[in-house]
Every structure is written in structure tokens, then in C-alpha cells.
Design a protein around this ligand. Structure first.
Ligand code: UFG
Length: 348
């Protein structure tokens, strides 16, 4: 199947491009390269890349029909796209508070443009959308199921939550088939060592711990040790990025099976993706020490605004309906794979 991956040059998108490729699909990537890395597409994944905005209707139409100049002379020429995996988004919570327009324009406005293009085609083109546990806001209970109330507390979470509403409305009104995945904390890297996390700036815990352990940063700040958790630091559910990628392939396949059976879909299929086990910041640090054999200088700093004490997923629905089984559920494996990548990418 011919698939457009938006944001395919980014962290999660690039791992999904590989998973799709390994499942026998043909992929085209659309990425504005604001945070993505062209060389990952060109030198590692080897699929066609179009540099552009998801909100550019002309570029979108050209890709959807296989007529974009970058597709001429490739296996995609004049062949229509059959499904879309939509990862392209800005994802810095703090920045979304100081510059919400950037988030609503890119994450919401551009996605509306994409959805319009998908329903303008003769038969609506199915879409798999990257959403987030940030759409839930402050947890009322853990583990959190897909039925947990959604009350996002920052513009980033709200932009994703609004797209979820668009998908529900487009599904009901225009029959647009969709899957929504709500990720918990994506981490790790492809064990092959050639794909991984490389954000600038980097805000995520595991790569920041590894930055300190490898000497790229002098020390780690632990954002708060007075939370109501056993060791006082925040608890998160870390999920291996390759396991996220596997779920996308399974979600897409389920959506297509339902459509082929002409079963009325009517509403997006919605799944949490996490391991269902929470680890505190302290536990992440301790695990990283034993995986890498390195020490780490850490200071307790004040709480980071908007950080809930605990986020842990119930992903039973994805397990039951998609048959999804995380291959790398252990935190030590997730950190080990991240470390392999980190050493290869950043060691000078
Ligand atoms: N943390 C530190 N020091 C750091 C970095 C992080 O103590 O240098 C802590 C954070 O305070 C938090 C935990 O480590 O308690 C995890 O932080 P991350 O930034 O790695 O991840 P978040 O849980 O904040 O973010 C994730 C996703 C976001 C999403 C958010 C929802 O990456 O996209 O969950 O809350 F919006």
C-alpha cells in the first residue's frame, strides 16, 4: 500500500516509516524539516521526501495523486496515496503556552487542510493520527483508559484534542476513516542504532539523562521531588518508539480491514499506547546508571509547570483489538537502545 507519512523525518515518524517499509508498504514523506532531519530520510530510510507544509493544499494534492515533482521517475509517479500517517506537529508544551498561535496554526490549521484534502478524494483516504496523553490533562485516576475525561491544560494538548474532534466530526459527516493513538512517553531508539531521538532543544528526560552521562551537559535538573509519589519525583509510562511504530501498522491494517468489509466505521478508533507501568524520575536515573555504567550529577530544581505527578496508561484496548504486544516493555531495554543511538549520534 502507498502511504504518506507527514513528519516522517522526526523521531516517532522516522521509526514508523521503517516499520511500514518492513511491513511491505511504499512510503512518501512530507516534512517541513523545522525539527526533522533530511539525512535520516535520504541516507537511512531511502524513501522520497517532499519538503513542505501539511497546510499547503497544492503540495498535498500533488503528493496524493503521485504528481509532485519529487515523485516523478520514482515508483510513486502517478500512483495515488492510499493512506496517511500524520505525525507532523510541534510538541514543546512550554512553547505552546508562550506562542499558542504557532501551535494552533501548525497542529490544528494545517491538519484541517490535510483532512479536507483527504475527503476531497473520490473515496476518503484513511488517516492515522498521533495524539497524546496530554489531551487528558490532570489525571483523575491511573492507569488511564481511553474513557478518562479529556481536559487538556496547555495549548499543545488542546491543539491535539481539537484535531481529535475534527476527526470525529469528519468521520460522522464525510465517512473519513481514522485511528487516533494517544501516546504516553515515547522513548528508546531502533536497536539497529541508526534511528533515534535528536531534538533541538531536547526537553525529554531520558535523552537529557544520557546527555549528562556522556558529558554533553554538565548536570541534570530533577523538576521537583515533593510530588505525592513514593520517592517524590514524577512518574511516567515510557513506551519504546518501535512498539509505537508497530501499533501504527496494526492500527492502519485494522482500519483497512473494517473498510474492506464495508463495516460502517462511523467514529475514529481510539487507543492509548503505553506499557501500563510507571517509573519515577529517580528510577529512570538509577536504571540509566546501571545500563550505561556511568554516574550522573543531578540537582533538584523547582517543579516544571504543568507536570502531573503520575501518568500511566491502560493500553488494554490496543492489546485486545489490535493484538498489539510491546516487544521492548522493559525500561532497561528502552534506555539501552537510547544509549546505543546516543553514543553513535553524539559521540565526537
Ligand atoms: N524531567 C526532569 N528533568 C528533565 C526533563 C524531564 O526532571 O531535564 C521530568 C519531568 O518533569 C517529568 C518527567 O521527567 O516529570 C518526564 O518528562 P518529559 O519531558 O520526558 O516528558 P513529559 O511527561 O513532560 O512529556 C510527555 C510528552 C509530551 C506530552 C506530555 C504530556 O513528551 O509530548 O508527555 O504530559 F505533552
Amino acid at each position: 500500500m502507498r502511504i504518506l507519512v507527514t513528519g516522517g523525518a522526526g523521531y516517532i515518524g522516522s521509526h514508523c516509516v521503517r516499520a511500514l517499509d518492513q511491513a511491505g508498504h511504499q512510503v512518501v514523506v512530507l516534512d517541513n524539516l523545522v525539527y526533522g532531519h533530511a539525512e535520516i530520510i535520504e541516507q537511512v530510510l531511502g524513501v522520497p521526501l517532499v519538503v513542505g507544509q501539511v497546510g499547503d493544499r497544492e503540495v498535498l494534492e500533488a503528493i496524493l495523486r503521485g504528481r509532485h515533482p519529487n515523485l516523478i521517475g520514482t515508483a510513486h509517479e502517478s500512483k495515488p496515496i492510499e493512506a496517511v500517517l500524520h505525525f507532523a506537529a510541534y510538541a514543546y508544551v512550554g512553547e505552546s503556552v508562550s506562542d499558542p498561535a504557532k501551535y494552533y496554526r501548525n497542529n490544528l490549521g494545517d491538519t484541517l487542510c490535510l483532512l479536507e484534502a483527504l475527503v476531497a478524494s473520490k473515496r476518503p483516504i484513511p488517516i492515522v493520527f498521533s495524539s497524546t496523553c496530554a489531551t487528558y490533562g490532570v489525571p483523575q485516576e491511573v492507569p488511564m483508559t481511553e474513557f478518562h475525561p479529556q481536559a487538556p491544560i496547555n495549548p499543545y494538548g488542546r491543539s491535539k484534542w481539537m484535531v481529535e474532534h475534527l476527526l470525529k466530526d469528519f468521520s460522522a459527516a464525510y465517512g473519513l476513516p481514522s485511528v487516533i493513538f494517544r501516546y504516553f512517553n515515547a522513548a528508546g531508539a531502533d536497536p539497529a542504532g541508526d534511528l533515534g531521538e535528536d531534538h533541538d532543544p531536547e526537553t525529554h528526560l531520558i535523552p537529557r539523562v544520557l546527555d549528562v552521562m556522556s558529558g554533553r551537559e554538565p548536570y541534570l535538573q530533577i523538576f521537583g521531588d515533593d510530588y505525592p509519589t513514593p520517592d517524590g519525583t514524577c512518574i511516567r509510562d515510557y513506551i519504546h518508539v518501535c512498539d509505537l511504530a508497530d501499533a501504527h501498522v496494526l492500527g492502519l491494517e485494522r482500519l483497512l480491514r473494517l473498510r474492506e468489509r464495508e463495516e460502517p466505521i462511523g467514529a475514529p478508533l481510539i487507543y492509548n499506547l503505553g506499557n501500563g507501568t510507571g517509573y519515577s524520575v529517580q528510577q529512570v536515573i538509577e536504571t540509566a546508571k546501571s545500563v550505561t555504567g556511568r554516574g550522573l550529577l543531578a540537582h533538584v530544581a523547582k517543579r516544571r509547570e504543568g507536570d502531573p505527578a503520575q501518568l500511566v496508561a491502560s493500553a488494554d484496548k490496543a492489546r485486545q483489538e489490535l493484538g498489539w504486544r510491546p516487544r521492548y516493555p522493559e525500561l532497561s531495554t528502552i534506555i539501552d537502545h537510547a544509549w546505543q543511538w546516543h553514543q553513535r549520534r553524539f559521540q565526537r
